[in-house]
Design a protein around this ligand. Structure first.
Ligand SMILES: [Zn+2]
Length: 107
């Protein structure tokens, strides 16, 4: 397959780093700037877990390691939308308090 003119233009402007959309602020960032979220099945409702190594199987969502983005995602129930199902986002709130504590005490 030879790329058409449009494909060539996108090759010129595209960066080699994969881009992902943050479910919190909805801005597009390099994959390396975001943390992957995945689902872990416990009983009926899967839990949203942080997957820093992007190693868990299945559908993933991406978010900045930023309390503002995590809290926005929780408020908007963005994880439910990203995973297209009812999910338990309690682990996200726990992660949020960890991030908040870290930014208060950057030790
Ligand atoms: Zn964000």
């Amino acid at each position: 397959m030879s790329p058409g003119p449009e494909a060539e233009a996108s090759v010129r402007t595209q960066r080699s780093t994969p881009q992902r959309t943050c479910i919190g602020c909805r801005s597009v960032s390099d994959r390396s700037a975001l943390v992957r979220l995945a689902l872990e099945q416990h009983g009926d409702v899967p839990s949203v877990v942080v997957d820093p190594r992007a190693a868990l199987p299945g559908r993933g969502a991406w978010i900045h390691r930023d309390p503002a983005c995590v809290s926005a995602a929780l408020k908007r129930k963005a994880a439910h939308r990203a995973f297209r199902r009812g999910v338990d986002d309690a682990p996200l709130s726990e992660w949020l308090s960890t991030l908040t504590n870290m930014s208060v005490n950057p030790a």
